[in-house]
Design a protein around this ligand. Structure first.
Ligand SMILES: NC(=O)c1ccc[n+]([C@@H]2O[C@H](COP(=O)([O-])OP(=O)(O)OC[C@H]3O[C@@H](n4cnc5c(N)ncnc54)[C@H](O)[C@@H]3O)[C@@H](O)[C@H]2O)c1
Length: 379
């Protein structure tokens, strides 16, 4: 079987995860990477044969079937548009891009190209997150009354913690919500099947200025720098976002998103109150699903394919008792995308596509507007 040839643009934190998880798919071969910083060394470390300093050069010179965009947010737009003109399928990291106008253009270009377009909202494919969706579809949850939860991290806790995500011209006008709140909102829509119709948001920026390192750093790695390598810069994006949502069925949702919660490394919680059951899933304990009942004992389901809904089983590669997590969710996500690429199917699918990416960018815009105007905003 001829393998699907893939290039990965941006080989920082998540680009390396993409490459490692793509290796678990027999029909895929990562043939090249692009990164302006140490591309050759990054390719060598990951065992990829070709390295380019520029994504555009890689797209011009390599006969790729698909490209993964793992670069900072402001670069996705030009990279995706060029890929589509070259007939290359695009798997883009979230958020899709940094402005609503560009998100619309990306979504239009994707449809016009007739190629596969996907956004890496990978939380959908943790087996027990996906199981929540199955239980809603089967009617076991009942009507959704309310959803609440949080996404908490601490890697930007200190004033000396730094990343390109703190620069709005690279990252976009929202930080905490666009970066991690978008995962929460996407997962809630995916599980409940409900879209928000109005939002009300409160933002806070606890560090009004931060100390920026004088050299580029990959995500999470700035914890290793020392204070003398910094300059002081103003911060214009939120460390914290609290958002209320009115849902299309009259239900309610609320979340707290923070990148400054000491001790919480990367924890997303989703708590759903339905008319028949409640469900709680926590990414930090992702191999369990709590199901709450009014009239019978509560239950805790483990990630054991033999006791999960039939559609959930294919998202688990290992038997019960063998933990699967962040990286595995990407493997499962990519497996669905590459099945679509291999079979040439652009129709119904469960992976997030550029329309979902556009929806999240649009939601984020309304959330920013609400935080600025301190009012409810209709979507
Ligand atoms: N789905 C997820 O859970 C998840 C997790 C982390 C990051 N992300 C997303 O992935 C993207 C990258 O984030 P990251 O955390 O890996 O950042 P990172 O800073 O660790 O890595 C970014 C990489 O892009 C490279 N780069 C910079 N400019 C480039 C250019 N012009 N062309 C090619 N490469 C370039 C950098 O050298 C670096 O290697 C962002 O959009 C982010 O939101 C998603």
């Amino acid at each position: 079987m001829e393998k699907i040839k893939v290039g990965v643009a941006g080989v920082g934190f998540i680009g390396a995860v993409h490459i490692e998880q793509l290796r678990r798919l027999p029909m895929v071969e990562v043939v090249a990477v692009a990164d302006p910083f140490d591309a050759t060394e990054k390719a060598r470390r990951l065992g990829v044969q070709k390295a380019y300093d520029s994504t555009f050069e890689m797209l011009e010179k390599e006969p790729l079937d698909a490209i993964h965009l793992c670069t900072p947010n402001n670069l996705h737009f030009d990279e995706a548009l060029l890929a589509f003109t070259k007939g290359v399928h695009v798997i883009c990291e979230k958020p899709l891009t940094t402005s609503l106008e560009n998100a619309k253009r990306m979504s239009d270009a994707a449809k016009k190209a007739g190629l596969i377009h996907a956004v890496n909202f990978n939380y959908r494919f943790y087996p027990l997150a996906y199981e929540m969706r199955q239980r809603r579809l089967s009617g076991e949850l009942g009507e959704v009354y309310s959803v609440h939860g949080s996404y908490l991290q601490d890697w930007l806790f200190l004033k000396t913690d730094y990343s390109w995500r703190l620069e709005s011209d690279i990252s976009g006008r929202s930080r905490a919500f666009a970066d991690i709140g978008s995962h929460w909102a996407d997962l809630v829509s995916f599980v409940t099947g409900l879209k928000p119709v109005e939002v009300m948001a409160d933002f806070a920026t606890f560090h009004k200025t931060r100390s920026k390192p004088l050299k580029p750093v990959d995500t999470y790695s700035n914890m290793m720098l020392t204070p003398e390598d910094y300059e002081e810069i103003p911060i214009d994006t939120e460390d914290y976002a609290a958002v209320l949502f009115r849902l299309e069925n009259g239900g309610r949702a609320s979340c707290v998103i923070s990148q400054m919660f000491a001790g919480k490394k990367n924890e997303m919680r989703v708590l759903i109150a339905g008319s028949k059951r409640s469900m709680i899933w926590d990414s930090a304990d992702s191999n369990e699903l709590w199901v709450g009942r009014r009239d019978a004992p509560n239950e805790v389901y483990e990630k054991d394919p033999s006791i999960l809904a039939v559609p959930t089983r294919r998202l688990s590669s290992y038997p019960g008792g063998h933990v699967e997590g962040f990286a595995d969710s990407m493997k499962q996500h990519f497996a669905l995308i590459y099945e679509a690429i291999a079979s040439g199917t652009t129709g119904e699918h469960e992976y997030a596509d550029f329309d979902d990416g556009l929806m999240e960018v649009s939601l984020c815009d309304k959330i920013i507007e609400s935080a600025k105007t301190r009012s409810w905003i209709a979507l």
